[in-house]
Design a protein around this ligand. Structure first.
Ligand SMILES: C[S@@+](CC[C@H](N)C(=O)[O-])C[C@H]1O[C@@H](n2cnc3c(N)ncnc32)[C@H](O)[C@@H]1O
Length: 440
């Protein structure tokens, strides 16, 4: 692809992402590229980096367009061009050689666009007049919530949430070990190193697509953030146990739980969304899991819940949440989050937790996890639960870690009895985990 064609494609994809605020950007980008198999690997990477970069730097780009008194629309193409000037130091005259309405290239600059871009020339993204929220590319209304969550570490943590995330893989012990997976990936030219916290994790040294590799097709590896792997391990599922993954979605944690069970016992993947559950079927098959069943929580599913009260050794609630801990992977999510979400999610999480708790047998464990870092979805949620459920008690996280993970407990990861992983401190997505035990 020519540089102009890359720009034109990035503009087209960014337009799609911005036009569909209810769809995650990676789904939109993925669909677009899947339908255009002719786009080569290098071009895909360059185009995706530009699209995600523009989303990551959104507040600063918008600030600059306003500061430069841009009179036209803040269109996808203006965002991409402004990003080129501010982030890569491109010179407008040189850029125009690729923006000339030629075949597969963007339409030529209008006078208004050219005038604005000329005013941006020579500047970089940061400017002393930008507010803290603008400089860190977060919506101003979310800033107080993040302040509460991070306190003195605010700047460092929010900056880390804006960095691109590494690609992590979880090795599936049902199919082999880390050394085997490393060797199989090396054969396909993919270099990895072992993750520090998860004993099953591999981190790619450089970005590459793994889904076409043999170890992926064989089910030896799955793509999963290290923090997410740790949630799966902290459930503490063992061969022969009865386990429920209450908010199983597309089965990321179900896979990890099933692997700990060595296909012995039973894991039930529940969710209100049958569509999401359906997507787990193929992944479970590829991973060689035979002891998982899926259960949609419709009217029938609710009856099933009642019949199975007090029957399970382990119940994981990977609750729906604001997802702030995954902002590195979903740079558009910070812009689609709404104040109503922060108001509506905690009561919903409380209800789900209380319903799921009924399934736990005496002596069994309830594991509550979110990929949020807001206390209102995490520490406060668990405190409310424990106040209303005196039959449950905290399992200190360092104990649960030692029993189920086995690596050294990470510095600064304990929030009282709970686990709190952050991108800045632990180089994982942000995760909260509480392990609770039902008194025998
Ligand atoms: C954070 S996602 C789960 C991700 C999944 N565990 C994984 O690892 O891939 C939260 C899930 O909760 C589900 N959910 C929402 N409300 C629910 C409810 N009342 N009961 C059970 N699941 C619910 C959503 O459909 C969504 O799939």
């Amino acid at each position: 692809m020519t540089p102009g064609a890359r720009l034109a494609t990035a503009i087209e994809i960014l337009g799609e992402v911005l036009a569909h605020p209810n769809r995650p950007a990676d789904a939109v980008v993925g669909d677009y590229l899947r339908q255009r198999k002719f786009i080569g690997g290098g071009d895909r990477r360059a185009i995706s980096e530009r699209v995600y970069g523009v989303l990551r730097r959104r507040a600063q780009i918008e600030w600059w367009l306003e500061h430069a008194r841009h009179t036209g629309e803040v269109s996808p193409r203006m965002r991409v061009f402004a990003d080129g000037v501010l982030t890569d130091g491109l010179i407008v005259e040189r850029m125009e050689k690729t923006i000339d309405a030629g075949r597969y290239r963007p339409a030529s600059l209008t006078d208004a666009e050219r005038a604005t871009l000329k005013r941006l020339e020579g500047h970089t993204l940061d400017h002393p007049a930008q507010s803290r929220a603008t400089r860190l590319n977060v919506p101003a209304w979310v800033e107080p919530y993040l302040d509460t969550a991070f306190g003195a570490n605010f700047e460092r943590e929010v900056a880390a949430l804006s960095e691109p995330a590494p690609v992590d893989l979880r090795v599936n012990p049902l199919k082999g070990g880390r050394a085997e997976a490393r060797a199989a990936l090396a054969e396909e030219g993919i270099e990895v190193h072992n993750t520090k916290l998860s004993p099953l994790g591999l981190r790619l040294k450089a970005r590459a697509s793994v889904v076409a590799t043999q170890p992926f097709r064989d089910g030896l590896i799955e793509v999963q953030d290290e923090g997410s792997q740790l949630v799966g391990l902290l459930v503490g599922a063992r061969p022969g146990m009865q386990v429920v993954d209450f908010c199983a979605g597309a089965g990321g944690k179900t896979l990890a739980i099933a692997a700990s069970m060595e296909n012995k016992g039973r894991v039930v993947a529940c969710d209100v969304s049958s569509f999401r559950l359906e997507r787990s079927a193929q992944r479970l098959r590829r991973a060689g899991v035979h002891n998982a069943e899926r259960r949609t929580l419709d009217a029938e599913g609710r009856k099933w819940l009642k019949r199975h009260a007090g029957k399970f050794d382990r119940v994981l609630v990977d609750a729906p949440c604001t997802g702030i801990g995954t902002w590195r992977r979903n740079p558009d999510a910070r812009w689609t989050l709404k104040p109503e979400d922060i108001a509506e999610l905690p009561p919903k999480q409380g209800e789900i937790l209380a319903t799921a708790a009924k399934l736990v047998k005496p002596g069994g464990r309830l594991v509550y996890a979110t990929c949020s870092l807001l206390p209102v979805e995490n520490e406060a949620q668990v405190a409310d639960f424990l106040a209303a459920h005196p039959d449950f008690a905290a399992v200190p996280i360092a104990d649960a870690w030692q029993q189920n993970v086995g690596t050294a407990f990470p510095d600064g990861a304990a929030s009282g009895d709970w686990l709190r992983l952050t991108p800045a401190r632990h180089h994982t997505d942000g995760f909260f985990v509480a392990v609770l035990e039902r008194k025998a």
